[in-house]
Design a protein around this ligand. Structure first.
Ligand SMILES: Cc1ncc(COP(=O)(O)O)c(C=O)c1O
Length: 448
């Protein structure tokens, strides 16, 4: 294999069968499409190149800057592509939550701008969010940035309809699989591949996987966030199912330790979500048909494990040879968090912070940027990942100090309040609706 440019090495990734002894499905062959073997390391290499190509070829060697709203793999691929064409790359995001990826982007020469937004990803309906403002400015005809616009650009979908989908059909001897399973971030890969597979066989069933409510799996959206994506069309999917970060890590460990696949968390989520979904069907088919035609399913391994060591360390320290000290808020189920946390509405919280005896310590769990922009007067800022670290070492507050926890919309603070209560703190409350509800109620906020 000899190439003039590394971009020619994008695509043509292997389709590898998972040993049935690992997944246990008796009537279905399960295949992994190894998008992690693209040269820049992920499923985003194809759309990054396809979206950027028209910009890059026109601007090569100039002084342009490619810009994208991404804190992960798209940014990585674009940073490398921009460098290859003598251009700069700027990544704009609300918060870089995975430290290894931030450092890697800096190593690749990317400029990173973190905005004080409310959520991790663009919500075009939220007109107050600085990320939305920035996105609008990029789309202005006067903008000098080379904006690839992954959440809205049809070339994101086309890259997969031209490459990933046809490759799967070719490697299955000209047939579409019975099921296609993909995690949903921008929805580019699932939409593009589903389109091509259905052209071959309209009976293909498509399973979209998203992160469980208020959980975090880097690279994909939660069930609430997915509807905000411009390219997302619910009609693409026969089913959309949530996966927890715990399941994603379990799947990742199975792929790594049993299948020789150095998968990251979304590959693990796709494997685990696929097996969970197919297991139900598998036993029905076996009962009703006995040993008949074998069916096939394909899932995508989006990227590799190395960038997610801190993500794993935070949730499952024992996997990295560390003692599992205390518990982790992210490991609580929604039902446990709701049942065990004390919640306080904005009006009561205002009275409590103004007149309580003693007054509560207000802990703001948002990013330093969001805190600097606006916060409750007298609150302290401990970003949620750091807070988790503190809690792992035991209760971080004196039990005599009441605590009010605040986050963007009241979901993370609910989990942390449940955990601290479980650990024996007698008076920890989560601010219902978070700082957004506090602001919407007209309660006072100050700037740093
Ligand atoms: C690690 C990872 N997995 C899955 C996805 C989802 O892919 P898509 O954006 O095509 O929906 C992404 C997207 O950035 C990703 O970075």
């Amino acid at each position: 294999m000899r190439y003039d440019s590394v971009t020619e090495a994008i695509g043509n990734t292997p389709l590898v069968r998972i040993d049935p002894a690992v997944h246990g499905l008796r009537t279905i062959d399960l295949y992994a499409k190894l998008e992690m073997l693209n040269p820049f390391g992920s499923v985003k290499d194809r759309p990054a190149w396809h979206m950027a190509r028209p910009h890059l070829e026109g601007a090569a060697g100039g002084d342009g800057t490619v810009v994208e709203l991404s804190s992960g793999n798209t940014a990585k691929a674009l940073a490398l592509l921009a460098g290859l064409h003598g251009l700069r790359f700027k990544s704009v995001t609300n918060r870089m939550r995975v430290p290894e990826i931030k450092e890697l982007l800096l190593l690749l020469g990317a400029e990173i701008e973190e905005l004080p937004g409310r959520s991790e990803c663009l919500d075009p309906t939220d007109t107050d969010d600085p990320l939305t403002h920035f996105h609008r400015a990029l789309s202005d005809p006067g903008s000098t940035y080379l904006h690839t616009d992954q959440y809205f650009n049809p070339r994101n979908v086309e890259a997969h309809a031209a490459g990933t989908g046809p490759e799967i059909v070719k490697d299955l001897d000209g047939r579409a699989p019975d099921w296609f399973v993909a995690c949903v971030g921008t929805a580019g890969s699932s939409t593009g591949v589903a389109r091509v597979l259905r052209e071959h066989d309209p009976q293909v069933r498509v399973l979209g996987l998203v992160a469980d409510k208020s959980d975090f799996i880097p690279g994909i959206r939660t069930i609430d966030e997915v509807h905000q994506v411009g390219l997302f069309d619910p009609a693409t999917y026969d089913a959309i199912e949530p996966v927890t970060s715990g399941e994603a890590i379990d799947g990742m460990i199975t792929l790594i330790r049993r299948c020789g696949l150095l998968s990251g968390p979304t590959g693990g989520a796709a494997y685990q979500g696929a097996v969970r979904h197919l297991r139900r069907i598998d036993s029905e088919v076996e009962r009703s048909e006995g040993p008949g035609r074998r069916r096939t399913a394909v899932f995508i391994v989006c990227d590799r494990a190395e960038s997610y060591l801190s993500y794993v360390r935070q949730r499952r320290p024992e996997l990295l040879g560390r003692a599992a000290r205390g518990q982790v808020a992210a490991a609580l189920t929604d039902a446990e968090a709701r049942a065990e946390a004390r919640v306080i509405g904005v009006d009561d919280a205002r009275r409590w912070t103004a007149q309580g005896d003693p007054r509560p310590l207000v802990v703001d769990l948002r990013s330093p940027h969001a805190y600097a922009a606006l916060h409750i007067e007298g609150s302290v800022n401990i970003v949620d990942e750091l807070f988790e670290e503190l809690v792992r070492g035991g209760l971080p507050f004196d039990k005599r100090t009441p605590v009010l926890l605040a986050c963007p919309v009241g979901e993370k603070s609910l989990r942390h309040a449940a955990l601290l209560t479980r650990m024996g703190h007698p008076d920890v409350r989560s601010l219902a609706g978070g700082i957004v509800a506090w602001r919407d109620a007209g309660a006072p906020l100050v700037r740093a």
